[in-house]
Design a protein around this ligand. Structure first.
Ligand SMILES: *[C@@H]1O[C@H](CO)[C@@H](O)[C@H](O)[C@H]1NC(C)=O
Ligand SMILES: *[C@@H]1O[C@H](CO)[C@@H](O)[C@H](O)[C@H]1NC(C)=O
Ligand SMILES: *[C@@H]1O[C@H](CO)[C@@H](O)[C@H](O)[C@H]1NC(C)=O
Length: 441
C-alpha cells in the first residue's frame, strides 16, 4: 500500500512543478484603476526529455484572461485561449505582450518608476491570452547552467510538456479552445508544436488553429525574393540586383546540398551590412525606417528586470531579463535554414485552421517569398485556394489589407505594417483577428 502511494505521489511530482502568482492587484497599482481581467504569471519546471527526472529549467508564462473575466473559474466553455510566441530564435514573447497585442503598454515615468496604460486594440478583448517565454532560458524563463536548446523539434517537445503541466494544474483551461499564434521564427515553432500536440494526442488542449505573422517557415523559397523585393521598392540598381541574386543562389544551393552552415551564412549576409548598405540602409523589418533608427521600444525590458525577482519571482537560474538570448540564437544556426512546410500540410489535412499573414513593409520575411512557398503547399485544395477571390479587410471605410480564404487556409496581408504587424497597424491586425475568430464552419 505504502509503495503504491509513493508511486502515485512521485507521479504527481513528475506531472509538474508549477509556481503561480496572481498579478491582478500588482497591475491595478500600475494602472491606477481596476484591471478589466484576471492576471497571473507563473513558472513551470520542465524535466529532461530523456530521463524525465532532471530539472532542466523553469518556463515562464504571463496570462491575461479575456476582458470581463475576473477569475479563473469564470472561464466559459469554448472560450478561446490564444498562446502567443515571438521568434528570434531566442526572443521573449513578452515583446508581443507589452509591445504588440497584450492589454498593457509599459511607461517609465522616471527612473525605475513604471506605470501601465491600456492598449486600445488589445487582443484580449476577444480572447484569453498566454505569453510564454520559450525555449527554456529565453526571456523570463530559466535553464539549468549551460543548457541551451538548439533546434525546433526539441523546443516543441518541451513546450508540449509545459502545456500538459499547465492544463493539469488549471484544469479549467480544458474548457477553452486553443489557438497558437506568433510571429517570425514562430513560423518554425508553431508548426512543430502543433504537430507534437497531434502526435502526442494532447486532447486536453482542444487545439483548433494557428496564426503566424511574417513567419519564417520555408527558407528556400523565402530566400528567393530578397532581390526582387528590394528592386520593386526601388532601393537597389540592376547591378546590385544581380549581386544579391548570386548570393541567394549560393544559399539555395547550400540548402539543396544540406549544407546548413553555408545556408545560414548566406541568410546572415542577405540581412546584414553587405546587402543592406546597397539599399541606403533600410531597416530590414520595415523598409520605411532606417537601419539606425531606434524602432524598438524596450521599456518593458527595464520593467521586467526591475521586478524580475520580487514581483515575478524568477528562479535562481534567471538573473537578468534580456529581450533576446544570444546563445539560443547561435545554437539554432543550423535549424534556421530548415523547412517546416510539411508540418503545415499535415495541419491542413487534420482540419486545423491555418492563418498566415504578412506586413507589407517587411523585407526579412517578405510577402512575395511567403506567397511563393504557400502556393506550393502539398494540400489537395491548394488549387481551389488559389482560385478563390480575395476580400479586402476594411476598417471605417479604409482598406487595411487583404484576405484570401478557402476552407481552413487563409492568407492575409496587412498594409502599413512591417514585421511586427500589430505594433505597426493595430487596427488592421485586430480586424484580421476578429475575422479569423468569427469564421463560420
Ligand atoms: C486520443 O485521446 C482520446 C481521449 O483521451 C482518445 O479517445 C483517443 O482514442 C486517442 N487517440 C489516439 C489515436 O490515441
Ligand atoms: C555598411 O555601412 C556602414 C555605415 O555606413 C559601415 O560602417 C560598414 O562598414 C558598411 N559595411 C559594408 C560591408 O560595406
Ligand atoms: C463609409 O462609407 C459609407 C458610404 O460612403 C458611409 O455611408 C459611411 O458613413 C462611412 N463610414 C465611416 C465610418 O466613415
Amino acid at each position: 500500500m505504502i509503495s503504491i502511494l509513493i508511486g502515485l505521489f512521485s507521479l504527481v511530482v513528475c506531472q509538474g512543478d508549477i509556481q503561480t502568482t496572481v498579478q491582478t492587484d500588482f497591475y491595478k497599482q500600475l494602472l491606477g484603476a481596476e484591471p478589466k481581467q484576471y492576471i497571473e504569471t507563473g513558472y513551470v519546471t520542465l524535466k529532461d526529455l530523456e530521463d524525465g527526472q532532471t530539472a532542466m529549467g523553469e518556463m515562464f508564462y504571463h496570462m491575461f484572461l479575456k476582458q470581463g473575466t475576473m477569475s479563473l473559474d469564470q472561464i466559459k466553455q469554448d472560450d478561446i485561449l490564444v498562446i502567443w510566441l515571438n521568434g528570434g530564435p531566442g526572443c521573449s514573447s513578452q515583446y508581443g505582450n507589452f509591445q504588440e497585442i497584450g492589454p498593457y503598454q509599459i511607461i517609465e515615468e522616471s527612473k525605475d518608476k513604471f506605470k501601465v496604460v491600456e492598449r486600445p486594440y488589445s487582443w484580449n478583448k476577444l480572447t484569453h491570452q498566454l505569453f510564454v517565454d520559450q525555449p527554456l532560458r529565453v526571456g523570463m524563463s530559466g535553464a539549468k547552467d549551460g543548457f541551451v536548446v538548439s533546434n525546433t523539434e526539441t523546443a516543441a517537445k518541451y513546450f508540449v510538456n509545459f502545456l500538459r503541466i499547465l492544463y493539469n494544474k488549471h484544469t479549467i483551461l480544458q474548457r477553452t479552445q486553443l489557438y497558437i499564434m506568433g510571429e517570425s521564427f514562430a513560423g518554425h515553432y508553431i508548426p512543430a508544436i502543433s504537430l507534437q500536440i497531434l502526435r502526442q494526442n494532447l486532447t486536453i488542449v482542444n487545439f483548433k488553429g494557428i496564426a503566424i505573422g511574417d513567419g519564417w517557415t520555408q527558407p528556400f523559397q523565402q530566400f528567393s525574393q530578397y532581390a526582387s523585393y528590394l528592386y520593386t521598392i526601388g532601393t537597389i540598381t540592376e547591378r546590385q540586383f544581380k549581386i544579391i541574386q548570386d548570393d541567394i543562389a549560393i544559399g539555395q544551393n547550400a540548402i539543396l546540398d544540406g549544407d546548413m552552415k553555408l545556408a545560414y551564412q548566406q541568410f546572415d549576409l542577405l540581412s546584414d551590412d553587405k546587402t543592406i548598405n546597397m539599399t541606403g540602409r533600410i531597416n530590414v523589418y520595415n523598409f520605411r525606417k532606417y537601419q539606425e533608427q531606434d524602432v524598438e521600444d524596450t521599456t518593458h525590458e527595464k520593467f521586467l528586470n526591475f521586478y524580475l525577482k520580487t514581483q515575478f519571482k524568477a528562479p535562481n537560474s534567471k538573473t537578468v531579463f534580456e529581450g533576446c538570448d544570444g546563445p539560443t540564437y547561435d545554437a539554432f544556426a543550423l535549424d534556421i535554414p530548415t523547412s517546416r512546410k510539411g508540418d503545415i500540410e499535415i495541419l491542413l489535412k487534420y482540419n486545423i485552421r491555418v492563418l498566415l499573414f504578412n506586413g507589407q513593409l517587411d523585407y526579412i520575411v517578405n510577402t512575395p517569398g511567403a506567397v511563393m512557398w504557400m502556393s506550393q503547399l502539398n494540400w489537395e485544395k491548394i488549387g481551389l485556394w488559389k482560385n478563390t477571390k480575395k476580400e479586402m479587410i476594411v476598417v471605417d471605410n479604409e482598406t487595411q489589407g487583404t484576405w484570401k480564404q478557402y476552407d481552413n487556409f487563409i492568407y492575409a496581408t496587412i498594409y502599413t505594417a512591417g514585421h511586427m504587424v500589430p505594433t505597426d497597424n493595430p487596427e488592421g491586425a485586430y480586424a484580421m483577428l476578429d475575422k479569423y475568430l468569427t469564421i463560420k464552419k
